[in-house]
Write a protein that binds this ligand. Structure first.
Ligand code: ATP
Ligand code: MG
Length: 629
């Protein structure tokens, strides 16, 4: 069967399609029904089936490849490298699970994990999965306030944390932030389990804080059996990145998620047991959950957990890891590639990258210049994939494991089997045809692996994401896109990033893509700013590859004109930004996404709003500075 037929089958016969995919994982008890969509938009998969994520990620592989690498934890911050085979990983997870049980954690209890990228963080996630506790991983280094709101929302019985993370060789103490967050939160965890890395001093709170190493020593031989869970019981809570506002607590199931990951590992990421996978994300984000911890392990692959910068000790570090561990599939983000792009290609080319087959990129629109640059530097194909925390795995990509379909520059690809993707006109609610811009929506039922609900708030889930169009329940991605005649989608930006210039609707992404094609542009953010005459105008903030080219007012004006000229030629004068500002840093979330919403607010003299997810608050001053210069 070719891709088109497989896709069609997945939409028309979801039961049959997913019944087939479900064979990719182990079930302790078979399900009685594949799909229950009797209460739309709520969807249940593999009803009555019993399975376990930790079993599928770890135990399942112990018999056949117990001595092969499962988790490779590398830190260029502390200069450590540890390899855990499937057998060793099973032992560590069992110890962690035993510790959690002695601390009173059982099935359904929440465990908040606030950890750096160290092996113990993965042990903690897998241990929760093993005993049926619900983990809520919060990005390590989030400020006390952001952490406190997540503690209040998830009400954890236990928090697992560490003395410190590290960035650029400097320890970042976590414990004081955690203590402050617990003080701020109305909910108090019963226990706090702390991994001491000896990076920063810790004051232990009597009766609440316990030391991981000491407890581990008591549980060296503990063997905790897997708790089999009904497929639809919750496995974890994870908050969205918070690019557009208040983060939403995405709740996911057990069986559907395991099947979706196994399916995507086979068809999209084409990973085989015994190979090594390297995702450069962080466990605090959805990519970390799906493609650092669970996905590769469920596929029987070794997975790399990397703590450190992509440029330390130099820009060759990732590629030296690819060489050393014979990485076959790698997953990163355009924002990371843009950082590398500032360095010469030699850093990649001095390593033996012959094991690497594909680099997958996701998280932000991938502009053609960046894609071509990295593909050229590595000599491997780049596969873009588009998805969200909410969906847990790719909505759009090219599934090379099903058919060797071509990629198209600037497009993440086509809908992946299971996702009934449609475009709808924002104002009329009519479905769009080819080459018509619309909102990217997914008709229910959502495939396995997607969010079940907003944690503790079914009503918010329905009202935030779902609407009924033409009598069908449809899920909104809040992204704007267009589909070409061959069915490839192009993401044009978020729906609140659409600019209306004198009645013309433009995606910020289109203008950014055009500006990035200028040879001296490294990064760019375009926002729509209120204008009395035209309704809105586009304003661009640009980081130059060579900032010296704009060091006089005159040079700046010339460059601004040049960039406007590029947009004029490519998109037309209506898309031309009213102003192009040159700055050194753009405000981004800690997951590397542009905070256009905050830039826009500052441009319009409004308060930038909830800034809990911002990477560097001083980047906002740069925007203010540019505007007032
Ligand atoms: P919040 O929902 O809290 O505002 P967020 O949307 O940034 O945060 P994520 O779930 O991490 O949180 O990001 C998903 C979004 O990232 C998508 O909806 C889309 O806007 C963008 N995105 C992800 N991958 C791609 C891609 N390959 N191409 C274009 N955009 C992408
Ligand atoms: Mg979102």
């Amino acid at each position: 069967m070719n891709f088109a037929n497989i896709y069609k089958n997945s939409i028309e016969q979801p039961q049959a399609f997913w019944d087939g995919e479900a064979k990719l994982i182990d079930w302790q008890q078979p399900y009685s029904k594949v799909l229950d969509y009797s209460k739309p938009p709520f969807t249940q998969w593999f009803i009555g089936g019993k399975t376990n994520l930790c079993h599928n990620a770890v135990d399942r592989w112990v018999a056949t490849q117990g001595d092969k690498a499962a988790l490779i934890a590398i830190s260029t911050e502390t200069g450590t490298e540890k390899i855990y085979s499937f057998k060793k990983l099973q032992a560590e997870v069992s110890r962690m699970a035993a510790i959690m049980q002695t601390l009173g954690v059982g099935k359904g209890d929440r465990v908040l994990i606030y950890m750096p990228m160290i092996a113990e963080a993965a042990f903690a996630m897998l241990a929760c999965a093993r005993i049926g506790a619900i983990h809520s991983v919060v990005f390590g280094g989030f400020a006390a306030h952001s952490l406190a709101t997540r503690i209040e929302d998830a009400q954890p019985k236990l928090i697992v944390s560490a003395d410190a993370g590290s960035r650029g060789g400097k320890p970042i103490p976590y414990k004081p932030l955690l203590d402050e967050a617990i003080t701020l939160s109305a909910h108090k965890p019963g226990k706090v389990l702390l991994v001491n890395r000896n990076l920063a001093p810790m004051n232990l709170v009597e009766g609440r804080d316990v030391d991981y190493a000491a407890l581990r020593a008591q549980h060296l031989d503990s063997q905790v059996p897997v708790t089999w869970l009904e497929s639809n019981e919750p496995s974890y809570i994870l908050y969205t990145s918070g690019t557009t506002g208040k983060p939403k607590g995405v709740q996911r199931d057990v069986g559907g998620y395991a099947v979706a990951l196994a399916s995507s590992m086979r068809h999209i990421f084409c990973g085989n047991p015994g190979e090594t996978y390297f995702a450069t994300s962080d466990i605090g984000w959805v990519v970390g959950h799906s493609y650092i911890v669970y996905g590769p392990l469920i596929a029987g692959m070794a997975t790399i957990m990397y703590e450190g910068l992509p440029t330390m000790p130099d820009a060759g570090i990732w590629w030296s890891i690819v060489e050393k561990y014979r990485v076959t599939r790698m997953f990163s983000a355009p924002t990371a590639v843009r950082v590398l792009k500032k360095q010469p290609q030699e850093f990649m080319q001095k390593y033996d990258l012959s094991s690497l087959k594909t680099l997958y990129l996701a998280g932000e629109p991938l502009d053609e210049t960046t894609s071509a640059w990295i593909s050229d530097a590595l000599g491997v194909p780049i596969i873009d994939n588009y998805w969200q925390t909410e969906t847990g795995w790719p909505i759009l990509s090219v599934a090379k494991g099903l058919e060797d379909m071509p990629t198209k520059l600037g497009s993440p690809g086509v809908p992946i089997p299971g996702f009934n993707v449609k475009l709808f006109n924002e104002t009329t609610g009519e479905e769009c045809g080819a080459n018509e811009k619309g909102v990217v929506m997914i008709e229910g039922p959502l495939p396995p692996g997607c969010m079940q609900t907003v944690y503790g708030d079914d009503a918010r889930y329905v009202s935030t994401y779902w609407s009924v169009l033409n009598g069908k329940h449809v899920y909104s991605t809040f992204d704007w896109g267009i589909r070409d005649a061959e069915g490839y989608y192009f993401i044009l930006g978020r729906t609140d990033d659409v600019i209306n210039v004198a009645g013309h609707r433009l995606g910020t992404r289109e203008i950014e893509e055009s500006i990035s094609s200028h040879a001296n542009v490294s990064e760019v953010a375009v926002v729509g700013v209120e204008d009395k005459l035209k309704g809105q105008v586009a304003v661009a903030f640009v980081i130059l590859k060579n900032p010296a080219a704009a060091n006089t007012a005159q040079a700046q004006q010339a460059l601004e004109k040049e960039i406007m000229g590029v947009v004029d030629r490519q998109l037309g004068a209506v898309a031309r930004p009213a102003r192009v500002y040159f700055i050194a840093q753009l405000p981004k979330t800690r997951s590397g996404k542009l905070l256009r919403r905050s830039i826009q607010a500052i441009c319009e003299g409004r308060d930038p709003g909830d800034m809990s997810s911002i990477e560097d608050p001083t980047s906002l001053n740069q925007i203010e500075g540019a505007l007032s210069s």
